[in-house]
Design a protein around this ligand. Structure first.
Ligand code: NAP
Length: 519
């Protein structure tokens, strides 16, 4: 496939008039062809008006037809796998194995939503039948279900070029809900975005859907992304990235004449607590798991474990065993030079913090933008007075925080901002007796992990990849798993509506055979 370097606008291509830059190979700093052209404001307008037009029919597309579309996207991505294997590692520094694994996850995610909408009960149909004889007043007939919001803007994430990008969870869940999608490509993997964007464009045509169901726009300098969020046709935004980026988009969306929801997944430091019994029983094994989790994907996961709380009498094994493994970790190129610079800045700040001791640091290997794993240690008193230690350092670094008094550890966890995850290692007795820790974890995080590590998010119906602000902008939502569909819907109630006007999901006789709540 020859990459064209222009936006995908419905069934056509844009031309652009200004460069949005080239993807850069982070391992060599070489620019990759082609140069990508930013969408012009006319092209953006065209994508948005196509999406608005498409919504008129796509919102009524049946679950079976949406399922066929989502499966067709997955098949087309699978058919492009060799192109992705050739391009994505060059743009991201990620290995071939990761491309294949992430493509599998992306297609699995699309098929999960296909199954959900095909079965149909996700719409949460509720029926309260009329009671004309009710005293003192008759009761009206009311029926409600979830309906799609409208065209959605999705910002692709740098750290999951497939699973959280062009055809990632935000796109899959919005399309499943019945919303057209306009993706703003991430500037560090433009070619990967084009390959996947073409797979979606082909699926739209193969399934005879209106061509504005999907567009992909390129843009440098933030102008295109911001114009998209401000456009009156756009009704919701999905985002994964930095706190600064997510916050800027939230503020922009809130300042519109018609404010819209922004579902932003931003920063998290994902605390892990290792209780004394567990440290004593299996300290070396926990250290091994910890090292694997903190260095997985060069530490570029939103669920990376950044803070490890251990009782000071039991910290030695955890600290020394993890340090040994960190010391010998191979370095790797990060996703782009901006992310590498931010990581190096974060490490330097920790190294220069007099309250923090560096326990281990790996050695940088050949190549550009290499991230070296690092392990630090501090005590809970220092931690409680150093707000900067609670900030995400995006990369393979963690801080061990030792405590003497369990109350201080609980206070430290309770003081953290909202998190995607909170994990605890303990013996059965420790876990069940520590109700206070369990309650604090639930208060602070979206997913609570017992005797495990936070990386490796299962894509399934019960998954919550969310959490209180600033882990996400809306702690009631998840960006992974089938519940993600609810972000792009709103409930509509029909009162005394003629049967012929009701959606099939709410009609008498339940023609779709879905689960409904009926009285
Ligand atoms: P980012 O800078 O937030 O960018 C994400 C996307 O949002 C890109 O498409 C970017 O456009 C766009 N964007 C950012 N700020 C914007 C603004 N003010 N207005 C309009 N659009 C905006 O994230 P990133 O590039 O992936 O990584 C930067 C840092 O974010 C990392 O070093 C890391 O600290 C953090 N990060 C955290 C997570 C996490 O899951 N916790 C994941 C990824 C990154 P461009 O493509 O034009 O830049």
């Amino acid at each position: 496939m020859t990459l064209q370097g222009t936006s995908i606008i419905g069934s056509g291509r844009g031309q652009g008039s200004e460069s949005a830059g080239n993807s850069i190979n982070p391992a060599t700093n070489e620019a990759l062809e082609p140069t990508y052209m930013a969408a012009t404001s006319e092209e953006l307008e065209q994508a948005v008006s196509l999406a608005s037009e498409a919504f008129k029919t796509y919102r009524h597309t049946s679950g079976a037809d949406k399922a066929q579309f989502l499966r067709s996207i997955a098949e087309n991505i699978e058919a492009s796998i060799e192109e992705l294997v050739a391009r994505m590692p060059l743009e991201t520094g990620l290995p071939e194995m990761r491309v294949r694994g992430e493509a599998g996850r992306t297609c699995g995610q699309l098929r999960l939503f296909a199954g959900l909408v095909e079965e149909g009960s996700w719409v949460d149909a509720r029926i309260d039948r009329a009671q004309p004889e009710r005293q003192p007043l008759p009761k009206v007939d009311t029926r409600s279900m979830l309906r799609p919001l409208g065209p959605v803007a999705v910002f692709a994430a740098s750290n999951f070029p497939l699973a959280f990008s062009t055809a990632g969870g935000d796109t899959a869940s919005a399309l499943a809900a019945g919303c057209p999608v306009i993706v703003k490509a991430h500037s560090s993997h433009s070619g990967t975005a084009e390959i996947v964007g073409l797979a979606i464009q082909k699926a739209v045509a193969d399934c005879n859907l209106p061509d504005g169901v999907f567009s992909l726009v390129y843009g440098g300098g933030r102008t295109i992304g911001q114009a998209l969020v401000k456009h009156p046709v756009i009704k919701a935004v999905g985002f994964t990235g930095s706190y600064a980026g997510g916050r800027a988009l939230m503020d922009l969306a809130a300042a519109r004449d018609e404010p819209i929801p922004v579902y932003a997944e931003m920063s998290a430091i994902n605390p892990v607590v290792i209780l004394p019994g567990a440290a004593e029983e299996r300290g070396a094994q926990i250290a091994q798991g910890l090292h694997g989790s903190m260095t997985l994907g060069v530490g570029q996961f939103c669920t990376n474990p950044g803070l490890i709380f251990v009782h000071e009498d039991h910290a030695d094994v955890i600290a020394s065993e993890t340090a040994k493994l960190v010391e010998t970790s191979a370095s790797s190129a990060m996703l782009n030079s901006g992310i590498c610079d931010a990581y190096c800045g974060g490490l330097a700040a920790l190294e220069n913090n007099s309250g923090v001791k560096q326990l281990a640091k790996a050695t940088a290997g050949e190549g550009s933008n290499q991230a070296v794993a690092a392990l630090f240690q501090t005590d809970v008193q220092t931690f409680l007075t150093s707000e900067d230690l609670t900030h995400e350092v995006f990369g393979p670094a963690s801080i061990i925080v030792t405590y003497k008094d369990e109350a201080d550890m609980l206070k430290a966890i309770a003081s953290l901002d909202g998190q995607l995850t909170a994990s605890v290692h303990g013996t059965d007795e420790e876990l069940t007796s520590n109700k206070c820790l369990a309650a604090i974890m639930e208060d602070r995080a979206g997913r609570l992990v017992y005797n495990g590590f936070p990386t490796g998010v299962e894509v399934c119906s019960s998954m919550v990849h969310g959490g209180p602000f600033p882990a996400t902008s809306d702690g009631r939502s998840t960006s992974v798993g089938s519940m993600a569909i609810y972000r792009f819907t709103r409930a509509v109630c029909w009162q005394d509506c003629p049967e012929a006007l009701l959606p099939a999901e709410l009609q008498d006789g339940n023609p779709l055979g879905i689960q409904r709540s009926e009285v």
